[in-house]
Design a protein around this ligand. Structure first.
Ligand SMILES: *Cc1c(COP(=O)(O)O)cnc(C)c1O
Ligand code: SF4
Length: 439
């Protein structure tokens, strides 16, 4: 197979857009203003094989990766624009963007403070241990992606503010932590995208978990969007064979290897490059699962999800989670009300084979756990949301229905009103004391 070379394009290459579409100087300038605040990166695969340039403004991948002035509040847009015109580089611009970042809730679900575990009394950076059995690892060289989704809740890691970053140091203390904690069955390597790393670097994170002192780790999961953003990672990249060999070693060690794929839209898995990648991963015994948020004008309709789940099952990918967009970054531009996300989920799930009904959703991943919006019901004349935890900090809460007043406009748990006093507990933020309740 002919080898493709990944070419990354960021703000400094905006002119390349002129090659693909009609775009005015003014629109390019607006793009670069927003790019001072939000991350931007595309690559040759996204540009040449995903985006349909005959109608870019309606294209899901254009919406997913490109920037738009409406992603910033008008006053914020003007402030950045003004700072740029006043000579650009100085501290004024940096101060303006830093202030905007702080207002965009850079750390939803308190991930910096409540989930960092301790080893011998000091925090293990780049590790998150929120649910007893699953531990998240953020490899320091995997905190970037082959392209960026503009809505991404990991955005602080991409915009270069070091204090907002969260990643392992190279000391590998995470390995000691995992070896000591026998309750951990699942290790999830996440990012960014850990598969942006060379296979030889990824090996340093995986190999230490395959030995006898990590026998309690029965599942290695890898969260990635490479299938959508650079499927050649698995097939023709110069170290693709090394990557596949490493993944195969996980399977041969008797463990479950789960590739947790972020897949936004059916077109993403229908290119021949993506199909080849799926076939190769399945051939080594990897289990492929998919998850994605519902994003306005990218995939906020039932037909898209019906097609997505159907196409996934046909190719051997298990539909896993449909998420609600997190309360961070330019959410106002992308968010979908909970009621609408539920309609999309029900509309899709009711039209597919049972094999495609393995997706749970819509799910909010919060401080307290993963909350599923199970339905809307009538409770003695009051319209309510029926909710439940599918994953919770307090294990006891899983699968116990609770209720909130129906609200057409609510897009996140923080705007829901508990129906009764006994529902309040499920909807309030954790006490600091509860933060590591399972220890
Ligand atoms: C979703 C998630 C997990 C994994 O949960 P599963 O239900 O086992 O897939 C682990 N840790 C965090 C912080 C999560 O958000
Ligand atoms: S691929 Fe995932 S981590 Fe990377 S930008 Fe998109 S949502 Fe964020």
């Amino acid at each position: 197979m002919a080898r493709k070379t990944l070419k990354l394009y960021g703000l400094q290459h905006l002119d390349i857009l002129r090659h693909y579409r009609d775009i005015s100087d003014r629109a390019l300038h607006e793009f670069s203003v927003v790019g001072k605040v939000l991350p931007f990166r595309v690559n040759n695969y996204v540009l040449d094989e995903l985006i349909d340039w005959s109608r870019p403004d309606e294209d899901p991948f254009y919406r997913l990766t490109m920037l738009d002035r409406r992603m910033l509040a008008p006053a914020d847009f003007d402030a950045v624009d003004r700072a740029m015109r006043n000579g650009g580089a100085g501290t004024a611009l940096a101060d303006v963007t830093a202030a905007i970042h702080r207002r965009l809730n850079p750390h939803p679900a308190n991930q910096m403070t409540t989930n960092v575990p301790l080893l011998n009394g000091s925090g293990v950076s780049g590790l998150q241990h929120k649910y007893t059995e699953t531990c998240l690892v953020f490899p320091s060289s995997g905190q970037t992606c082959a392209a960026y989704c503009s809505f991404c809740f990991r955005w602080p890691q991409f915009v270069g503010d070091r204090s907002l970053r969260m990643a392992t140091d190279e000391s590998q203390r995470f390995v000691s932590y995992i070896r000591e904690h026998k309750e951990i069955t699942d290790v999830l390597l996440t990012g960014g995208d850990p598969l942006i790393m060379r296979a030889s670097v990824l090996r340093r994170y995986i190999e230490p978990l395959l030995g006898p002192d990590s026998a309690h780790v029965t599942t290695i999961r890898i969260g990635t969007k490479m299938l959508g953003f650079w499927p050649y990672r698995f097939t023709t990249d110069d170290d693709a064979d090394d990557l596949i060999r490493l993944l195969e070693e996980v399977v041969q060690s008797g463990r479950h290897l789960a590739i947790m794929m972020h897949i936004s839209h059916p077109r993403e898995i229908e290119t021949s490059a993506a199909r080849d990648a799926v076939r190769r991963l399945l051939s080594i015994g990897a289990v492929l699962r998919s998850q994605s948020p519902v994003v306005r004008d990218v995939n906020d309709d039932a037909e898209t999800w019906r097609e997505l789940w159907t196409s996934e099952v046909r190719q051997g990918i298990f539909p896993y989670y449909m998420f609600v967009l997190r309360d961070t970054g330019p959410r106002a531009f992308f968010e979908v009300p909970l009621s609408r996300a539920l309609d999309v989920y029900r509309g899709a799930v009711s039209q597919v084979s049972g094999l495609a009904r393995s997706a749970r959703g819509p799910i909010m991943s919060t401080d307290m756990g993963k909350i599923s919006v199970d339905g809307v019901a009538d409770f003695g004349g009051t319209r309510i949301f029926v909710l439940s935890y599918v994953q919770a900090r307090v294990a006891e809460w899983v699968k116990r229905p609770f209720f909130a007043r129906y609200d057409d406009a609510a897009t996140w748990v923080d705007s829901l009103q508990p129906l009764t006093s006994s529902d309040r507990m499920f909807l309030s933020r954790p006490e600091p004391r509860l933060a590591r309740a399972h220890h």
